[in-house]
Design a protein. Structure first.
Length: 125
Protein backbone atom coordinates (compact mmCIF):
# COMPACT_ATOMS: atom_id res chain seq x y z
CA UNK A 1 0.00 0.00 0.00
CA UNK A 2 2.80 2.41 0.93
CA UNK A 3 4.65 1.54 -2.29
CA UNK A 4 1.54 2.48 -4.32
CA UNK A 5 1.39 5.90 -2.65
CA UNK A 6 5.06 6.55 -3.37
CA UNK A 7 4.57 5.47 -6.98
CA UNK A 8 1.50 7.72 -7.36
CA UNK A 9 3.39 10.68 -5.84
CA UNK A 10 6.26 10.16 -8.30
CA UNK A 11 3.92 9.93 -11.28
CA UNK A 12 1.98 13.01 -10.16
CA UNK A 13 5.23 14.96 -9.68
CA UNK A 14 6.39 13.98 -13.17
CA UNK A 15 3.08 14.99 -14.76
CA UNK A 16 3.06 18.37 -13.00
CA UNK A 17 6.71 18.95 -13.89
CA UNK A 18 6.08 18.18 -17.56
CA UNK A 19 3.05 20.47 -17.60
CA UNK A 20 5.27 23.42 -16.59
CA UNK A 21 8.16 22.52 -18.90
CA UNK A 22 6.71 23.96 -22.15
CA UNK A 23 6.28 27.40 -20.58
CA UNK A 24 9.91 27.44 -19.47
CA UNK A 25 11.17 26.18 -22.82
CA UNK A 26 9.12 28.65 -24.86
CA UNK A 27 10.19 31.74 -22.89
CA UNK A 28 12.20 34.14 -25.02
CA UNK A 29 14.10 37.28 -24.19
CA UNK A 30 14.53 40.59 -25.98
CA UNK A 31 17.34 42.93 -24.96
CA UNK A 32 17.61 46.68 -25.48
CA UNK A 33 14.54 46.95 -27.72
CA UNK A 34 12.32 50.00 -28.19
CA UNK A 35 8.98 49.97 -26.42
CA UNK A 36 6.33 51.80 -28.46
CA UNK A 37 2.59 52.25 -28.15
CA UNK A 38 0.40 50.53 -30.75
CA UNK A 39 -0.88 53.85 -32.18
CA UNK A 40 2.61 55.06 -33.07
CA UNK A 41 4.25 51.75 -33.97
CA UNK A 42 4.16 52.22 -37.77
CA UNK A 43 4.87 55.94 -37.61
CA UNK A 44 8.07 55.63 -35.56
CA UNK A 45 9.38 52.33 -36.95
CA UNK A 46 12.23 54.04 -38.83
CA UNK A 47 13.50 55.85 -35.72
CA UNK A 48 11.87 54.51 -32.54
CA UNK A 49 14.43 56.18 -30.26
CA UNK A 50 12.96 59.56 -31.22
CA UNK A 51 9.52 58.50 -29.93
CA UNK A 52 8.91 60.51 -26.78
CA UNK A 53 7.77 59.32 -23.40
CA UNK A 54 5.05 61.99 -23.40
CA UNK A 55 3.60 60.63 -26.64
CA UNK A 56 3.82 57.05 -25.38
CA UNK A 57 1.91 58.04 -22.24
CA UNK A 58 -0.75 59.92 -24.23
CA UNK A 59 -1.34 56.82 -26.36
CA UNK A 60 -1.36 54.39 -23.42
CA UNK A 61 -4.90 53.17 -24.09
CA UNK A 62 -3.76 51.59 -27.37
CA UNK A 63 -1.36 49.27 -25.51
CA UNK A 64 2.36 48.70 -25.96
CA UNK A 65 4.79 46.43 -27.69
CA UNK A 66 8.34 46.36 -29.00
CA UNK A 67 10.05 46.88 -32.29
CA UNK A 68 12.14 43.73 -32.59
CA UNK A 69 15.62 43.67 -34.13
CA UNK A 70 14.12 42.57 -37.46
CA UNK A 71 11.82 45.64 -37.47
CA UNK A 72 8.67 43.65 -36.72
CA UNK A 73 6.24 45.10 -34.17
CA UNK A 74 5.30 42.62 -31.43
CA UNK A 75 2.37 43.66 -29.23
CA UNK A 76 2.24 42.98 -25.48
CA UNK A 77 -0.62 41.20 -23.78
CA UNK A 78 -2.83 43.39 -21.55
CA UNK A 79 -0.79 42.68 -18.41
CA UNK A 80 2.46 43.42 -20.27
CA UNK A 81 1.04 46.72 -21.49
CA UNK A 82 0.11 47.61 -17.91
CA UNK A 83 3.66 46.76 -16.79
CA UNK A 84 5.12 48.88 -19.60
CA UNK A 85 2.88 51.79 -18.62
CA UNK A 86 4.15 51.57 -15.05
CA UNK A 87 7.75 51.64 -16.27
CA UNK A 88 7.12 54.65 -18.48
CA UNK A 89 5.33 56.54 -15.71
CA UNK A 90 8.24 55.86 -13.37
CA UNK A 91 10.92 56.82 -15.88
CA UNK A 92 12.46 60.25 -16.34
CA UNK A 93 13.61 59.52 -19.90
CA UNK A 94 12.30 61.83 -22.57
CA UNK A 95 13.00 59.35 -25.41
CA UNK A 96 15.16 56.28 -26.11
CA UNK A 97 12.51 54.14 -24.41
CA UNK A 98 14.29 50.81 -24.47
CA UNK A 99 13.55 47.72 -22.41
CA UNK A 100 14.80 44.24 -21.62
CA UNK A 101 12.04 41.67 -21.34
CA UNK A 102 11.21 37.99 -21.21
CA UNK A 103 8.00 36.36 -22.26
CA UNK A 104 6.33 33.92 -24.58
CA UNK A 105 5.56 34.78 -28.18
CA UNK A 106 2.34 33.53 -29.77
CA UNK A 107 1.84 34.89 -33.26
CA UNK A 108 2.68 38.58 -32.93
CA UNK A 109 1.76 38.94 -29.24
CA UNK A 110 4.15 38.64 -26.32
CA UNK A 111 2.85 37.44 -22.97
CA UNK A 112 5.24 39.44 -20.81
CA UNK A 113 6.85 37.71 -17.85
CA UNK A 114 9.45 40.33 -16.89
CA UNK A 115 10.16 43.81 -18.20
CA UNK A 116 12.63 46.50 -17.12
CA UNK A 117 14.10 49.66 -18.58
CA UNK A 118 17.34 48.92 -20.40
CA UNK A 119 20.37 50.88 -19.23
CA UNK A 120 21.15 53.91 -21.36
CA UNK A 121 24.19 53.55 -23.58
CA UNK A 122 27.01 55.93 -22.70
CA UNK A 123 27.13 59.08 -24.80
CA UNK A 124 29.77 58.96 -27.55
CA UNK A 125 32.96 60.85 -26.77
Amino acid sequence: MKANRVWMALVLGLVVGLAWAPAAVLAESWTNVSVVDVNCSAKVAANPDAHTRDCALQCAKSGYGILAADGKYLKFDADGSAQALGLLKGSDRKDHLRVNLTGTLAGETITVQTIEMAPLAPAPK
